[in-house]
Design a protein around this ligand. Sequence first.
Ligand SMILES: [Zn+2]
Length: 197
Amino acid sequence: MNQKIEKLIKQFAKLPRVGNRAAVRIVLSLLQTRDGRAENLAAAILDATENVVPCNICGCLTDKSVGVCEFCRDTSRANGGLCVVRDMGDVWTLEKSSVFHGRYHIIGGLISGTAGTMPDDLNIANLSDRIKKENITEIIFALPNTVEGKTTQHYIMSVIGGGVRFSELASGVPLGGDLDYIDDGTLSLAFGGRRPL
Ligand SMILES: [Zn+2]
């Protein structure tokens, strides 16, 4: 196979849920259909990677020119509720279901001995500051219901200590399940019936 094509297939195959077979189909489609889609794709990737950055405060992806995301700018979300999630995908899932109208905090991963992810690798250190500055009264954990999720949750609670209520999504979130696999109804029930910790 031509080296340039092989290189391109390898890049696509590295993407989540793509794999080699799908990567081959994508590359063939890009190279055989000369309608500008390849150029548009390349330009859109460059534009987004250069101009979208994590929010200075919460880690949600936002425009580089603004620096602070739509949720942190929205004063109607300054209602004391702060939802701790693993990544931006979880924020989009929660937003789509409209179950929460507060602020978010993306920690960017989970503490894991096997993966070698330590607390310092995560966006946890500025949480205590946020609680004071934004008058946060409740921290809602929407982390995966896994050993890593629970470990991370306990760690965050121990670092923050008292002065704020903690809760987690109620049962209905499948064990080991990620938020993006949960339908809106289940998520709504899990959020509404959240358990105090
Ligand atoms: Zn933000």
